[in-house]
Ligand binder design. Structure first.
Ligand SMILES: [Fe+2]
Length: 270
């Protein structure tokens, strides 16, 4: 019996919290329908801990010191750091024991993440948590992956990191979930921010629904660049897929929501 009891991935656009009502009612209904299903699955899983694989948008790390990936060893987290999200501030328990196991298994797999005992949560983690574990009562391990400052980990390397996370989960003896948080097409702050790439998003989600892992791992960096630099964040989906490599991904929702500046998708790995 596996210790992985929940796995999924979703977009984390700050607009989901900061300007939620800017999106049309139909698009909101579709997107939140997906996150409702994910929340229900996470609730039924009665998780001891949730590993959130998400980037950092210069809240904890900047170009002067940017790890490729970093495992948070926090005993507890504060967040969100962004006042403009309009959310309350939360203190959320960490799971340092599981974080240490993730470090151990990553190193054993030939991947050496940075570690930190003092990260603060930002929208990339808090927005998904507000929708999936809205009581913020499930201890979290944040695995940060750099999706901002090239060079970035290859998709295959992200997948392998996910498999190492899974090995840690299996060694933990706990009921654990994994959530990838990021993407899809967007280019926040860029002149083309209002131009999403639904063709790329649907292409990626179609590969996901067909569990075409090799094709996903072979997506050329140039195709991601063309979809907007925010699409570099599919790395989080891919890492979660590595953790759930024996499960079947299924897209629950997809809407290109221009008002949130992001191709917004939700998937469960069943
Ligand atoms: Fe992001």
């Amino acid at each position: 019996m596996s210790n992985l009891h929940f796995a999924g991935a979703m977009s984390h656009a700050p607009g989901i919290a900061a300007f939620r009502d800017a999106a049309s009612p139909a698009q909101r209904q579709a997107f939140f329908g997906g996150t409702d299903a994910l929340r229900e699955a996470a609730g039924k899983a009665r998780l001891d801990a949730l590993v959130v694989i998400a980037p950092d948008h210069f809240s904890n790390f900047f170009i002067d010191n940017m790890p490729a990936c970093c495992v948070s060893m926090n005993e507890s987290y504060m967040g969100p750091v962004e006042n403009w999200l309009g959310m309350d501030k939360y203190q959320i328990k960490g799971d340092a024991e599981l974080a240490r196991l993730i470090m151990h298994h990553a190193y054993a797999a030939g991947i050496e993440p940075a570690s930190s005992a003092k990260t603060d949560l930002e929208h990339s983690v808090i927005v998904p948590l507000s929708l999936i574990t809205p009581k913020f009562d499930v201890p979290v391990v944040w695995v940060m992956m750099n999706c901002q400052v090239p060079p970035l980990m290859s998709l295959r390397r992200c997948y392998e990191l996910g498999k190492a996370i899974r090995a840690a989960i299996e060694a933990s003896g706990k009921r654990v979930g994994v959530l990838g948080s990021g993407g899809l097409s967007h280019a926040p702050g860029a002149p083309e921010a209002d131009t999403l790439d639904p063709d790329f998003d649907r292409y990626f989600l179609d590969l996901l629904d067909r569990n075409a892992v090799d094709k996903i791992l072979a997506i050329p960096p140039e195709r991601l660049d063309a979809a907007g630099f925010g699409s570099w964040e599919i790395r989080l989906w891919v890492a979660a897929l590595g953790a759930a490599h024996d499960r079947r991904p299924r897209t629950l929702a997809y809407e290109p929501i221009v008002e949130w500046d992001t191709g917004c998708a939700v998937a469960i790995y069943e």
